[in-house]
Design a protein. Structure first.
Length: 306
């Protein structure tokens, strides 16, 4: 009987998808990707050997060719449960100006992934300057109708969205309310999971408050790649990760899927923290990881399987 009881517990455990926001970063060499790479070495293929999901950020900036999506599918063919979460182009979320051609281009590529069972969902990320009001919910409703055939993860950053009416709107439209962790500046929405359907989507931007404030002050100014990404430079401490683990485990019985995305990407900090969260959320199991990351982050040696 004890075995049967344990089996019931396992049955209600959600599927964890843990990965990073993007994978194509030159500064992940040599902390994650090896410095010496042979001619056939591919970053996505290497990445997919260790993680079961990735958030695609390049789609936010450009409309990619279907051939790109098809090549991604080929590169992860050895990773059976690997999925892509695709970020919606900024034309829809920040500029809020798009046409039928834009819609068709995105739908076509999403369908390529969905047909191969490689699509987790579409991330619709709005800026801080998108507060809760009737106009905002109407706009989201329009996007929901356009992309109704896909799981929709909606990220709002202004604390005005923390109200019962907003939550009911998300539930009624079967939208996942994204949880985000970032410095608490101004009216930034706090790190507090709100469950509105059977999925949770949690994004970690780091807690580098000083750099975040500098980024706000320098908005619109010409900056180097490192300056632009300085606000994401943050390695979560072990104690912080344990607190995060407890928050996630407090909601895991309410959902079927939990997507955890690390966006503190500079130098590979996101990779290190993703491995640590896999260890914590998967019942303290040892984690397979490349020797490069263990060399760069010594504390990972305690949880590495190899």
């Amino acid at each position: 009987m004890l075995l049967n009881f344990n089996e019931k517990i396992v049955q209600f455990m959600p599927k964890f998808y843990i990965g990073t926001a993007g994978w194509s970063y030159k500064d992940w060499v040599p902390n994650f990707y090896p410095k010496k790479q042979s001619g056939g070495f591919d970053w996505l293929q290497f990445y997919s050997h260790y993680f079961n999901c990735v958030e695609v950020n390049s789609t936010y900036y450009a409309y990619l060719s279907p051939r790109v999506f098809e090549s991604w599918i080929r590169k992860v063919e050895d990773s059976d449960d690997f999925i892509f979460n695709v970020k919606l182009n900024q034309d829809f979320t920040h500029k809020r100006k798009y046409d039928e051609q834009n819609i068709k281009a995105i739908r076509y590529n999403l369908q390529i992934l969905k047909n191969e069972e490689r699509l987790g969902g579409l991330l619709i990320q709005f800026p801080y300057s998108f507060p809760y009001n009737n106009s905002a919910t109407q706009f989201i409703s329009e996007l929901k109708d356009i992309f109704q055939n896909y799981n929709l993860f909606v990220e709002v950053r202004h604390s005005s969205w923390r109200n019962k009416e907003a939550y009911e709107f998300f539930k009624k439209n079967n939208l996942t309310f994204c949880t985000i962790d970032q410095p608490q500046i101004g009216q930034a929405i706090p790190f507090e999971p709100i469950i509105t359907n059977d999925k949770a989507y949690i994004r970690f931007h780091g807690r580098n408050e000083e750099a975040w404030k500098n980024s706000i002050n320098n908005f619109g100014k010409k900056q180097s790649y490192e300056e632009q990404n300085q606000r994401y430079k943050y390695l979560y401490l072990p104690g912080e990760l344990i607190e995060i683990e407890q928050v996630i485990k407090s909601i895991q019985s309410k959902v079927k899927e939990v997507h955890v995305i690390m966006n503190n990407h500079p130098k590979g900090d996101a990779v290190a923290n993703a491995f640590e969260l896999i260890h914590l959320l998967e019942e303290r199991t040892k984690v397979e990881m490349p020797p490069t990351i263990v060399k760069a982050y010594k504390r990972l040696g305690e949880i590495a399987a190899n």
